[in-house]
Write a protein of this length. Structure first.
Length: 282
């Protein structure tokens, strides 16, 4: 499984104060049926595939998901396929509440010898299909996030905006982001997103991601209309100042769409029973 490669050595490095490679994590996905806030930390794994290898890769990952479910592995995650972007890639999202939980669930999974044999065999078969593999850990920035809790199991797509903040402008960026939160709460209270700041990984000193889970792509139309509604509510001058603040503080950014994958996600049983037409579909 891609989220576990080289984990034993990497875990030692992490707790020595260095870096971390992909790994399973604790409390990745919360139970379905009620709105909940994001986990305190997010482990994000980005797997870039070689051309025309998606089907073969998906089959191997689906086999691993079934093996994990049969073994009752403690760590859960959900995966998303890229809709936009230059390359075909898969994102794995793993939420966890503490690094102690991260280690606890890793140790429990590593103790499942039959499961580990299956995953090692699948990893060997996946290696020729993968062009690149990157992992990062982010922290949830509650004061930079908008809207209330949601039931993530009901979502089917996600809009992700990645932002690289200019050196020395982190406080400027956070000020503008907090202003956006305040303005949206006043004019578009139904809007929601979660902001995360990178803790470990390339660009950990200046990278943020803004994640917006989406039930249907039709919501994207509403988002575009919401930009104008916000500008009308706060006024053109105020809106222009916000955009100027972003331009000053953000060096580069990219926005992409992703689709949730039911076949290569290892989600809690409650997700399967809550949405059998999607998460429970074989």
């Amino acid at each position: 499984m891609n989220v576990r490669k080289n984990f034993p050595a990497a875990l030692c490095l992490l707790f020595a104060g260095l870096t971390l490679s992909p790994a399973p994590t604790a409390h990745a996905q919360k139970d379905a049926g009620q709105p909940q806030s994001p986990s305190k930390y997010l482990f994000l794994t980005n797997v870039e595939l070689k051309p025309d290898q998606g089907d073969a890769y998906a089959k191997l990952e689906a086999d691993e998901v079934q093996a994990m479910r049969a073994a009752g592995a403690p760590s859960h995650y959900f995966a998303m396929w890229s809709i936009t972007g230059a390359d075909t890639h898969v994102l794995y999202f793993h939420g966890f509440e503490s690094f102690a939980d991260l280690q606890k669930n890793h140790d429990a999974t590593m103790a499942m010898s039959k499961l580990n044999d299956t995953m090692k065999a699948d990893d060997a078969q996946e290696a020729p299909l993968v062009a690149g593999h990157h992992a990062s850990i982010y922290s949830w920035e509650k004061d930079l996030s908008g809207g209330g809790p949601i039931d993530l199991s009901k979502m089917r797509f996600m809009r992700i905006l990645i932002m690289h903040v200019r050196s020395g402008h982190d406080e400027d960026f956070r000020h503008v982001a907090k202003t956006f939160v305040k303005d949206y709460a006043a004019s578009l209270p139904e809007a929601h997103w979660a902001m995360f700041q990178k803790m470990f990984g390339t660009g950990s000193d200046n990278t943020y991601i803004l994640c917006t889970p989406i039930e249907s792509l039709s919501v994207v139309d509403d988002m575009m209309a919401g930009d104008k509604k916000l500008m009308d509510a706060v006024g053109e001058d105020h809106f222009a100042l916000l955009l100027k603040g972003l331009d000053v503080s953000v060096e580069s950014s990219e926005e992409d769409l992703f689709a949730f994958s039911n076949k290569i996600s290892y989600v809690p049983d409650s997700w399967l029973s809550a949405s059998p037409d999607f998460w429970g579909k074989k």
